[in-house]
Design a protein around this ligand. Structure first.
Ligand code: CA
Ligand code: CA
Ligand code: CA
Ligand code: CA
Length: 323
C-alpha cells in the first residue's frame, strides 16, 4: 500500500523523492503518524514500539521507532542511557555520564573512550580488544581492558585512600604540594586482582627539592602499607628514574631527569612479580626505563599516585588490566 502510494507520488510529479518531512499526522496519510523527528511512521507489529519509519525517512527509513541511530543529526530527543543528555549530543550515548567528562577532547567521553588520554576520533585497535593501540600494553594480543580511567575532573574521587594533607582539585587536575616532605604522600584506590596490570599517569612537576624528590605512580599497595613506586627522582643533587619497593627499601635506579616545569608520563607495568617502569618527558620525548622483580603481593592491590619533596599537578591516572 505504502509503496503504491509513493509510486503514485513519483508519477504525479515526474520525480522520485527520497525524503518527505511531515508536519502533522494527516500529512502521513490515513494510517501514518508524524514522529517528532519529522518523518512518517506506520503500524508494524514486529517493532517494539508498534511503529516503523516509512521509506522516505532519510537515514531512518525502515527503522523501528525507538531504535533511531544515536547522533545522526535528525533531531531525535532519545536518551538511551538516561543520563539527561540526548543521544544526538551525548559523547557516550550508551553509558551514563551526565557530566560528559572528556580528558582529551575527542568525540569519545572518558567512560567510553578506547584511549581516554590520547585524542583520536578514529583510533586504531589492531587486536580488537576495545583498548586502542595507543593505550594497549599488548597491542597485538587481545585480552586487555581499561580497568580505570580517572581524569581528576572533580578533585580526588570520594572513597580513595588519601595520605598526606593538601591534596586538592585545581582546574582539571589534582594538585599536591609536598615540597618540604621527606616521606611520600599518595592517593590510591583498589586495582585489579589479575596481577597483570599497567598503571600510567601524566603529571607536571611544579617544584622539586634536589636533595630528595620523587613522584609518579604506585602499584601493589596495601592500604596504609607498602607499594611499588615508579617515577623520576632527585636524591643528593643527582637525578634519575626510580622503581622501588617501600616494603624492602629496595631502590632500582637508572640515569634520567626530573625537570621543574616538565610534564611526565609514568608507566608501571606488572606481570605477577615482574615490574617495568618507564618515564617520558612529554615535551622533549626523553625517556628511560628500569625493570625489577619483586615478591610484594598485597591483596587486593591498590594503585595510585605519589609525591615526595615536590609539588605536582596530576592530570590523569589510568589502569589497563589483562586477565
Ligand atoms: Ca551518556
Ligand atoms: Ca575522549
Ligand atoms: Ca587493542
Ligand atoms: Ca591488547
Amino acid at each position: 500500500m505504502r509503496a503504491f502510494a509513493i509510486a503514485v507520488v513519483a508519477l504525479a510529479c515526474g520525480c522520485v523523492p527520497s525524503t518527505f518531512h511531515c508536519s502533522s499526522d494527516t500529512s502521513c496519510g490515513a494510517s501514518g503518524v508524524c514522529e517528532p523527528a519529522g518523518y512518517c511512521a506506520y503500524s508494524d507489529g514486529s517493532c517494539a514500539s508498534g511503529l516503523r519509519y516509512g521509506d522516505l525517512s532519510s537515514s531512518y527509513s525502515g527503522v523501528c521507532v525507538g531504535n533511531e541511530v544515536p547522533g545522526d543529526g535528525s533531531g531525535s530527543s532519545m536518551d538511551t542511557d538516561g543520563d539527561g543528555v540526548p543521544d544526538s549530543s551525548d559523547n557516550c550515548p550508551t553509558v551514563s555520564n551526565p557530566g560528559q567528562e572528556n580528558e582529551d577532547g575527542d568525540r569519545f567521553g572518558d567512560v567510553c573512550d578506547p584511549c581516554p588520554p590520547v585524542a583520536d576520533d578514529n583510533p586504531p585497535d589492531t587486536d580488537g580488544d576495545g583498548v586502542a593501540d595507543a593505550c594497549d600494553p599488548n597491542p597485538s594480543t587481545p585480552g586487555d581492558k581499561i580497568f580505570l580511567f580517572e581524569g581528576f575532573h572533580h578533585g580526588v574521587p570520594s572513597g580513595w585512600e588519601v595520605v598526606g594533607t593538601g591534596w586538592a582539585g585545581s582546574g582539571d587536575d589534582v594538585v599536591i604540594d609536598n615540597t618540604t616532605g621527606t616521606t611520600a604522600v599518595y592517593v590510591s584506590t583498589p586495582g585489579p586482582t589479575s596481577t597483570h596490570e599497567t598503571i600510567s599517569a601524566a603529571y607536571t612537576v611544579n617544584t622539586a627539592t634536589m636533595t630528595l624528590a620523587n613522584a609518579g605512580v604506585l602499584d601493589d599497595h596495601a592500604v596504609g602499607g607498602t607499594y611499588m613506586g615508579c617515577g623520576p627522582y632527585w636524591y643528593m643533587n643527582a637525578n634519575g628514574l626510580d622503581l622501588h619497593d617501600t616494603g624492602t627499601g629496595t631502590y632500582n635506579l637508572v640515569g634520567f631527569e626530573m625537570t621543574v616545569g616538565a610534564t611526565y608520563n609514568a608507566n608501571l607495568r606488572r606481570d605477577i612479580t615482574a615490574f617495568t617502569c618507564v618515564a617520558t618527558n612529554t615535551t622533549s620525548n626523553a625517556t628511560a626505563n628500569v625493570s625489577a622483580t619483586d615478591a610484594l603481593a598485597n591483596t587486593p592491590p591498590s594503585i595510585g599516585v605519589f609525591a615526595t619533596g615536590s609539588s605536582i599537578n596530576f592530570h590523569w591516572l589510568m589502569v589497563v588490566s589483562n586477565d
